[in-house]
Design a protein around this ligand. Sequence first.
Ligand code: GLP
Length: 242
Amino acid sequence: MRIAVLRDYQSLSERAAALVSARIGKKPTAVLGLATGSTPLGLYRELVKAAQRGLVDFSGVTTFNLDEYYPIERESPQSYYYYMQQHFWGPLGICPGRAHIPDGRAGDIAGVCSDYEQKIMDAGGIDLQILGIGVNGHIGFNEPGAALSAKTHLASLSAETIAANSRFFEDRDAVPRRAISMGLGTIMKAREILLLASGSEKARAIGETVRGKLTTEVPASLLQAHPRVTVMVDRAAACCLR
Ligand code: GLP
């Protein structure tokens, strides 16, 4: 794992955007795995700015999001579809056929999950997967537990995640209890991974991810077994790494 500690959230976002832009510069048809949540917002803002200045070109890029709540309507402001449209696909004008996200409205969940895996394979696999991390060490919606799913699946949110994500909803009861998420195998197959974390509330999870044992109780710790991972954190999130 390469660890980069940045001064603050803005420096983290700029450095992450520089890495993503460099990879697209090298491979204009790159396949990106994308995350949602508060953490990558700065990265997306910087990438949109860079694209508007003509410094990076997303016209050949394909994207696959990590996860989506289930059930949820696309038009719901809390859906990850809406988030992506608002912060990334919309401003960049990414063609809908190239921007993928699990369908949170689906009736046939098993079909949606296997289709998603197939689409990733058909696109040639993920070149660069961007990840945030939950306070409990989850990635995507792969929550701590005795076992983890390898592939895209219907996941149950932990009480901790429901509490953390309730800030985006009216209240805790409004948070969907389930989500469709890439599995640990889907994530580990990416050729490169960029994990982002900001703020002291992520410090424990980052410490366990980088320095701890590999355990399904901290799903992100399994990234230690991946050959090409960069963990980019700000000082506050790095405080357990000293
Ligand atoms: C959510 C998402 C994750 C995200 C995590 C952290 O539950 N499923 O993909 O990384 O929470 O979110 P935030 O960046 O808002 O702290």
